[in-house]
Design a protein around this ligand. Structure first.
Ligand SMILES: [Zn+2]
Length: 104
């Protein structure tokens, strides 16, 4: 088995699991329930991990994960208000400065 990816939470792993499921790539989760040990182990050692059951799928799975990662990053990009030009955090649906609705 090969380790494919680890993230700080199961929530962050979810889009990767979804992508692998869509591609019918088999994997297992590790460290799903180990977070109680944080403090005794280096914290990255207790992050939830996805491991491939079939190493032959590694290249394909890795490619899928890279695609998902770039999508996740794009979704975190700030946006600029078309009304006043102010930069807003991705989580805002309205401009914090002028109240204009997000249109990008
Ligand atoms: Zn604005």
């Amino acid at each position: 088995m090969k380790k494919l990816i680890s993230r700080s939470s199961l929530i962050e792993l979810a889009p990767y699991e979804f992508g692998l499921n869509v591609a019918d790539i088999k994997f297992i989760r590790k460290n799903e329930y180990i977070s109680g040990a944080v403090g005794e182990l280096p914290f990255t050692d207790v992050w939830p991990e996805l491991w491939l059951l079939d190493d032959a799928c590694y290249d394909q799975a890795n490619h899928i994960c890279k695609q998902i990662e770039s999508e996740v990053k794009q979704n975190n990009i700030d946006w600029s208000c078309i009304e006043c030009g102010e930069i807003n955090a991705n989580s805002f649906e309205f401009c914090w400065s002028c109240g204009e609705l997000r249109r990008v």
